[in-house]
Design a protein around this ligand. Sequence first.
Ligand SMILES: NC(=O)c1ccc[n+]([C@@H]2O[C@H](COP(=O)([O-])OP(=O)(O)OC[C@H]3O[C@@H](n4cnc5c(N)ncnc54)[C@H](OP(=O)(O)O)[C@@H]3O)[C@@H](O)[C@H]2O)c1
Length: 266
Amino acid sequence: MNTQDKQLALGFVGTGTITSAIVEGLCAHPPVAHRICLSPRNADVATRLVTRFPVVRIATSNQDVLDASDAVFLAVRPQVARPILEALRFRPEQHVVSLIATFSHARVAALVAPARTVTCAVPQPTVSRRLSPTAIFPPDRFVTALFNELGVAFEASTEAEFHALFATTAAMATFFTLLDTLAHWLTAHDVSSTAARDYVAKMFQGLADVPGRSASSFAELAAEFKTRGGLNEQFANALAERGVFAACSSALDVILRRIVESENRP
Ligand SMILES: NC(=O)c1ccc[n+]([C@@H]2O[C@H](COP(=O)([O-])OP(=O)(O)OC[C@H]3O[C@@H](n4cnc5c(N)ncnc54)[C@H](OP(=O)(O)O)[C@@H]3O)[C@@H](O)[C@H]2O)c1
């Protein structure tokens, strides 16, 4: 399958947060999609997408989504996925892209047989603005090309590598908690809440741009931003002494264990 094929039909079983973000990304300018078919759930999200984008339609059932699609995205929650998938008839040549967190490649492949090509992917909400790094497993040309249109695809060559990439997505909310901590501290020191929010947001927006413009490692950038004896060095050392960075690594170990254990659960 080729992402440049304008006749490509993409289907989504599950019409929630991540489907909405992917469809917005696909339909952003210049559009990458194709024809898009959504399962008839979550009327608010589905109606909003159909109203905004002429290439989107709502199917009459989950089976209708499959019957109309060359590639089908599975975007339902893990708790309800098994009975939903067991009730569906996939075609052997249909490409299945599973977004279902904690469902291993083998488990999805067994549930969607006789479909032969299954790819697991972890897009992030920034896929809507074509800025998501998306881990995929196993490597696949079509899925890589698709997620390269929506940011950058990272092909994991083993499931363990895929799990590790997946685990780090758990840090997204903490990023905002760090920004919130800085903004709150500023408001406690006479800065208005609007100025505090804008100041912190701009600071991190500028910093987020730095690695893309440099070949330096993160450790080298940290060293570059730390004047010896300066405030950045003192702040980083104070956090390190309090175990903040070591705690991040051990929390990631906990997340990874949860992913692996839930995949091994029957
Ligand atoms: N959110 C993310 O950033 C993200 C990123 C990567 C992967 N994922 C994975 O993607 C999957 C969906 O996540 P989400 O955040 O989009 O969840 P969500 O917002 O709760 O959406 C789930 C969707 O599934 C629908 N659904 C429930 N039962 C269904 C059925 N029998 N047939 C068809 N659709 C049904 C729901 O419809 P109703 O509202 O009508 O019940 C809802 O539209 C999860 O497995 C999650 O782990 C999410």
